[in-house]
Design a protein. Sequence first.
Length: 542
Amino acid sequence: MNALYSEESLLFEPAVTDADAVPLVFAFPNTYSIGITSLGFQVVWALLASRPDLDVTRLFTDSEPRRRGRARLMGFSVSWELDYINILNLLEQDGIPLRAAERGDEHPLVFGGGPVLTANPEPFADFFDVVLVGDGEELLHEFIDAYQEVKGSDRLAQLKYLARIPGIYVPQLYDPVYESATGAVQDCQPKYDGVPDRIQKRTYRSRTLSTSSVVTPRAAWENIYMVEVVRSCPEMCRFCLASYLTLPFRVADVEGSLIPAIDRGLEVTNRLGLLGASITQHPEFDALLDYLDGDRFDGVRMSLSSVRTGTVTEKLTRVLTRRGSNSITVAVESGSERLRQVINKKLSNEEIEQAAIAAQSGGLKSLKLYGMAGLPTELDEDLDATVEMLKGLRRQAPKLRFSFGCSTFVPKAHTPFQWQGVDRKAEKKLKLLQKRLRPIGIDFRPESYNWSVIQALISRGDRRISRVLELARGFGDSLGSYKRAFKELKQELPPLEYYVHQDWDVDAPLPWGHIQGPLQRDRLIQHRAAALSVETPELASV
């Protein structure tokens, strides 16, 4: 057994493979401890490993050496943009050409999925033979079943057959069209009859949501058993990929699936993680909380992902304290009531204060808040409001430790703010917040502005960005590497400014326009217009 896997407790039964099972490598482009902590990776691996017609091997960047060239399928779970570097490294290690167009029948089909590829696959399109757009629970089996039917055919025939399945995108079968070499995207057109014009994201609608398939002390969250309580979010903040891309909001069946899953997981560990973008908005969350507050769970350590601020109660914080948690995390985005109205954050400063009071009363020791700098229409007055809000929280809950994690706004595909650029002043705003918050005892934790620029480049990129990614990989992992790559490709694509900072015309084609997300373009434009119609102080005084 691979040493990485020696301490795993499996919560599913892998299939006994058939004699003619297809060799498949399923990779997470990062270390084992990070990859095995991804619930999405765990779920897809279990689905694949439960099929007797597949011989599945897992692969991480720190996996032990293995025999090259045996796989017929190689899959990647992609949840972080900059992991593309490790995708290319792993392909190279296996002797597989980086670009799909350079692969022959002797090479495996390289497929990928996950939120990054579903949102905008174009910057990575040249590296993948197949992209699975949407939720894997149903789409994955259809993909494997279809591959089994045509695995004896030549590569092009396989790809044409797979492309007919809703949710499967085969980039090689499409030609992007540009206004000019350095102009914007105009279209992305199928090259063959029978290839669909648009790829519809596949959505899993069952009330049985994801749970861990493996528990291990080697995970980044040691020995954690993860349970997905909700999928998507009903709040629909205008910038939020986790909400818009994964619509509709779905909740796990508490009695039918959630509680039995929790009981099953706690047979092998005493650490439970409840996951979801807005867990406490599950309509039966209070009943679930009562269940987890039972004496039988004494000794269990429970943690929650970020919860909606207005749902933080003393009961919730008391149960968390009893179950070994010292803190709770809430996303407030800004202390400005006006700016929260712009982004559709249905939250008042009073609710934030009540959450802090409830956290202190329930026995928690710290409150972690998340915010953003550079949100569309943000003014200096909005930053002032954030500072004043945090001062007020310290007065209301003086026993709590407060941390404020702050990122730069990055536009995401399929959200109403996909047309907005990154604020050029965001880095200065982060430094200003740091200067004003640390002296008052707030643990300010800014995310890298340079990383946000790279993330925006990849988030809004078209297929030409693949050349930038390859060059930057060779130059090193820094913003300077990407600027150098753009300089070398100066006559072959638009400048960095276009992808990162420029506001785009809502009537112009988008690089990912052939990928149909949950909401139509017109609806997103309406949501954007509603956001940008919120008055600024300057307009209100006219």
